[in-house]
Ligand binder design. Structure first.
Ligand code: SF4
Length: 189
């Protein structure tokens, strides 16, 4: 008898805090149930940095604040049938997008970096240097939600999203029974 193929899932964290990945683990004992349906490919959970094959679902935490984020997100779009933006950072930029608020300046990115590394009230930077190592990915002019960079199929709101909403969405999609989620499942704590 042939084995039922497990769905293949990849995950990544772009401009996020890894709280959404921690929320995936909040599924708790239902992880055992979920692991009967899926196996993980590229993901911080497996420490795999590249796709080994095409995936059914890609889960994206965080928005795009630098060129590497855009590259990774496009790679996920190319290699995953369905893309899910998980958490407010992926959906609308979240906390990192606070820097978008200074776009009225003529030099918003420079102003932001100067405040973060030189002029900020609690900064003690005796060299007055802003990090510019060539190994650092170039920052974008502002922080972008994932949906402004690639097409996103589903969004799971929250900061961090609850284990319940993550499990219900994944289990629903994997079994073809996804009908959305109730408002009370969305949390911001
Ligand atoms: Fe962290 Fe919240 Fe952003 Fe998720 S949505 S990456 S938990 S700040």
């Amino acid at each position: 008898m042939s084995e039922v193929r497990k769905a293949r899932i990849a995950t990544t964290s772009l401009a996020g805090c890894f709280g959404c990945h921690m929320a995936i683990l909040d599924i708790d004992e239902r992880l055992i149930e979920l692991m009967k349906l899926v196996e993980f490919d590229r993901s911080p959970l497996t420490d795999m940095r590249k796709f080994t094959q095409r995936c059914d679902i890609g889960i994206i935490e965080g928005g795009c604040c630098n060129e590497e984020n855009v590259h990774v997100l496009r790679d996920f779009r190319r290699n995953c049938d369905v893309l899910i933006a998980i958490g407010q950072c992926a959906i609308m930029g979240g906390l990192p997008a606070m820097r978008n608020a200074i776009m009225h300046s003529q030099t918003p990115l420079r102003d932001c970096l100067e405040e973060a590394f030189i002029t900020g009230k609690y900064i003690r930077n005796t060299t007055h240097d802003i990090p510019n190592d060539p190994a650092l990915p170039l920052l974008l002019d502002e922080v972008y939600p994932c949906s402004e960079v690639v097409e996103i199929d589903y969004e799971i709101p929250g900061c961090a999203p609850s284990g319940d909403i993550i499990f219900n969405t994944l289990a629903g999609l994997l079994t073809g029974k996804f009908e959305g989620f109730e408002r009370k499942m969305i949390r911001f704590d």
